[in-house]
Design a protein around this ligand. Structure first.
Ligand code: NAP
Length: 242
C-alpha cells in the first residue's frame, strides 16, 4: 500500500504519515517549504521500522502537483491512499481581508485538494480501489469569525469530497473528510485573530486535540475497517460541534 500525505512536514500531516507507516503503509511525505521538517517526519517513520520518502510540491500550483505525480507514477506506479492535508490560514476580519488573503487560502486549501485528487484518481481508477481523506475543519461546517476565507475553503473541501465520493464509488474508491477542531500545531500557535484559548470553554472535553488523535481517524478512514464508509465527515474536536 502506498500513501501520499500532503503537508507532512509537521503538525497533523506528520502525525498522519507516521501513523499510516506504523500500519504498514509506504508513505510519500509531501512538503512545500519545510524540507527539514519533512526529513524529520521520514526519520521518525524509518526509526519505527516503516518505509517512505519525501517529495516537494506546492499543492496550490498545478504544474508543481503534476510534476510530483510524474515522479510518483514512475517510482510507485500506484497510490492507494491520498491524504489532502496541506492547508494554510490567513485570518482577518472581513473588512480588512484583501483579495490575496482570500485567494491564497482558496488556492492552497481547495485548489490544492482538486489538483492532487484528480491526479491520484487517475492512478486509483486503473487499480479500481483507493481511499481519499480530505482534511477540512469544524470552521468549514459552522463558520468562524475571522476566518471567512478559511471557512469557505473548508466548506468547499467538504462538498468537493461528497461529489468525489458519489462519482467514484462504483470504481471502488472511497472519499471522506476529517474535520478537526482545535489541534495543537503551528497553525493554532500563529492564529492571532482567534486567540484560541478563548475557545477552550466551548470544548466539552475541555482540552485541545493532539495531532495523533486526528491521525487515528485518518488511518481508520484509509483502512478496510471503513470499507462501507464514503462521503462522510468525521469531526475530531472533543465535542466542539455536535
Ligand atoms: P501546520 O502545522 O501549519 O502544517 C501545515 C502543513 O501544510 C505544512 O506541512 C505545510 O508544508 C503544508 N502546506 C502549506 N501550504 C502548502 C502548499 N502550498 N503545498 C504543500 N504543502 C503545503 O498545520 P496543521 O494544523 O497541521 O494543519 C494541517 C491541516 O489540518 C490543514 O489543512 C488545516 O487547515 C487542518 N486543520 C487544522 C486544525 C488545527 O487546529 N491545527 C484545525 C482544523 C483543520 P511546509 O511547511 O513544508 O510549507
Amino acid at each position: 500500500m502506498v500513501a501520499l500525505v500532503t503537508g507532512a512536514s509537521g503538525g497533523i500531516g506528520r502525525a498522519a504519515a507516521i501513523d499510516l507507516a506504523n500500519h504498514g503503509v509506504n508513505v510519500i511525505c509531501n512538503y512545500n517549504t519545510n524540507r527539514d521538517g519533512a526529513e524529520e517526519t521520514l526519520g521518525m517513520i524509518l526509526n519505527n521500522g516503516g518505509t517512505g520518502a519525501i517529495i516537494r510540491a506546492d499543492v496550490s500550483d498545478e504544474d508543481s502537483v503534476n510534476r510530483m505525480f510524474i515522479k510518483i507514477r514512475k517510482v510507485y506506479k500506484r497510490i492507494d491512499i491520498l491524504v489532502n492535508n496541506a492547508g494554510i490560514i490567513q485570518d482577518r476580519f472581513l473588512i480588512t481581508m484583501s483579495p490575496k488573503n482570500f485567494t491564497d487560502v482558496m488556492k492552497t486549501n481547495i485548489e490544492g485538494c482538486f489538483y492532487c485528487t484528480r491526479e491520484a484518481l487517475r492512478l486509483m481508477c486503473s487499480n479500481k480501489s483507493g481511499s481519499i481523506i480530505n482534511i477540512a475543519s469544524t470552521s468549514g461546517i459552522t463558520g468562524q469569525e475571522g476566518q471567512a476565507n478559511y471557512s469557505a475553503s473548508k466548506g468547499a473541501v467538504i462538498s468537493f469530497t461528497k461529489s468525489i465520493a458519489k462519482e467514484y464509488a462504483k470504481k471502488g474508491i472511497r472519499a471522506n473528510v476529517v474535520a478537526p477542531g482545535f489541534i495543537k500545531t503551528n497553525m493554532t500557535k500563529v492564529n492571532k485573530v482567534l486567540l484560541v484559548d478563548k475557545y477552550l470553554s466551548f470544548i466539552p472535553q475541555e482540552r485541545f486535540g493532539e495531532p495523533e488523535e486526528v491521525a487515528n481517524a485518518i488511518t481508520f478512514l484509509a483502512s478496510d475497517k471503513a470499507s462501507y464508509i464514503t462521503g462522510k465527515v468525521l469531526t475530531v474536536d472533543g465535542g466542539l460541534i455536535m
